[in-house]
Design a protein around this ligand. Structure first.
Ligand code: 5AD
Ligand code: SF4
Length: 441
């Protein structure tokens, strides 16, 4: 009998990477490998890396370094590194020089070649370091092994054209390429029929979907409209939106839809116009607020979440307070706040007036504390209301249901089934946890 082969994928960073690891897993499963939890059991370990902040790179390099011992104990172990970090040539070179245990390195544009690289390496045992500088063509035929439970990720586009001055993404993911409209519809139809409860459309800036396609009818609004027509019990989500491109038409489509989530992630990054300009965000805070007003007016139960960067070069205390006050005014249901991290090759990393770490820590902590308070206060407003919620987990005699905004509600002593939607009446808030009962009708 042939020896069973095991793989372990370590994923860092955003949902795009999580989904790309499902493609890596798909290719490995296709070659007869089986997933394992412990690196010690693995015949191949893949690091799917992130480069968005310095911390992400330091962490991954430390973890790759730790595989040296494993490789010594098991010389046939294959270690592969891919993703946004390796797409930067300097990082790929560093791995080549300082991490001799690594056998295969590739980037973001040649992910679909992984199976070929692995076969080649197994045949002639020669190390492979291959980076492409752009995606030639989207490969629709990569096997997929989905690992995100009741949620299915669906790419609608790749890359980013925006060049926010702090961001490495356009350099490591290249220019925007949209997937074929009909291919997306087909994939989502299939996923709904397979019983996935949530479908999340992925793109660095989903609102520019179709801008690179000649047909003027291929737009994000039309894609959402068409997807919403698919029959079934599911919720459609998407990320990420850019405030300069989120149109009133898209807000209307969401408001009038049957399946599209009312929780909208709209990264603001800063509440101050001077900083937004330096960031090259290409909208003003007035425009951003007008979008929030339009969302709240057209979608009465809308929840809004955001990303914020504090300590961008030259940001003063007053300018930070503009962000702080914006968070208070909007009443976000989720704030992902980050300390600015200079990325080599981006304009902001060369700007004068870099802010010291202590100030950045202080600002991020104040912002997170405020956002926690706001979210805690919001919790009370759920009590007494009915929500459609997805049953996600059984924990003893309790069942956990997740609301559209991501909040959990505990349902006691119920026989409801994970993976299905139920109408839940939230009836109490205790120790910061919401409790509810299933409505029979
Ligand atoms: N430093 C800190 N945060 C960053 N982000 C992107 N680039 C950086 C950086 N250099 C944040 C932005 C983005 C989120 C995914 O990561 O807020 O929306
Ligand atoms: Fe980065 Fe800006 Fe593109 Fe988002 S829109 S990926 S923050 S460059």
């Amino acid at each position: 009998m042939e020896k069973k082969l095991y793989y372990k994928i370590n994923t860092y960073g955003c949902q795009m990477n999580v989904h790309e690891s499902e493609k890596i897993a798909g290719m490995l499963e296709d070659m007869g490998y089986t997933s394992c939890d412990d690196e010690k059991d693995a015949d191949i370990i893949v690091f799917n890396t992130c480069a968005i902040r310095d911390g992400a790179e330091t962490k991954v390099l430390g973890n790759i370094g730790a595989t040296k011992k494993l490789k010594k104990l098991k010389p046939d172990l294959i270690i592969a590194v891919c993703g946004c970090m390796t797409q930067q040539k300097a990082r790929a070179d560093l791995i080549k020089e300082k991490y001799p245990q690594v056998s295969i390195v590739f980037g973001t544009h040649n992910l679909s070649e992984f199976q070929n690289y692995l076969l080649r390496y197994k045949k002639d045992k020669k190390k492979i370091f291959e980076l492409w500088d752009k995606t030639e063509q989207i490969n629709e035929h990569v096997p997929l092994y989905r690992t995100s439970g009741y949620n299915a990720w669906v790419n609608i586009m790749y890359g980013c054209n925006n060049f926010c001055t702090y961001c490495i993404v356009p350099y490591v993911r290249g220019r925007e390429i949209s997937r074929n409209f009909d291919d997306i519809i087909c994939e989502v139809k299939e996923l709904v029929s397979e019983g996935y409860a949530t479908i999340t459309l992925l793109g660095q800036n989903v609102n520019s979907y179709g801008n690179d396609i000649d047909d003027k009818n291929i737009t994000f609004a039309n894609l959402l409209k068409e997807l919403d027509k698919i029959e079934g019990d599911y919720v459609l989500k998407f990320m990420t939106s850019h405030p300069k491109d989120l149109s009133c038409e898209v807000i209307d489509v969401i408001a009038n839809s049957k399946h599209i989530s009312h929780t909208i992630h709209l990264p603001v990054q800063s509440g101050n116009n001077r900083i937004l300009k330096l960031m090259n965000r290409r909208y003003t805070i007035e425009h951003y607020k007008s979008l929030i007003d339009a969302i709240k007016q057209k979608i009465s139960d809308a929840k809004i979440t955001t990303d914020i960067i504090v300590g961008f070069p030259t940001e003063t205390e007053e300018e930070f307070m503009d962000t702080y006050n914006l968070v208070k005014d909007v009443g976000y249901s989720g704030v992902f706040a980050f300390m600015y991290s200079p990325r080599a090759g981006t304009p902001a990393s060369k700007m004068e007036g870099q802010i010291d770490d202590k100030t950045k820590h202080d600002r991020v902590n104040r912002l997170l504390k405020l956002s926690r308070q706001i979210i805690q206060n919001q919790s009370k407003t759920y009590v007494g209301n009915r929500y459609k919620a997805l049953c996600t987990e059984k924990k003893g005699t309790n069942t956990i249901c997740t609301l559209d905004c991501g909040k959990s509600v505990i349902v006691e002593n119920s026989d409801i089934k994970p993976g299905k939607f139920y109408n839940i009446l939230v009836n109490k808030l205790e120790k910061n946890m919401l409790y509810g009962t299933v409505c029979k009708d």
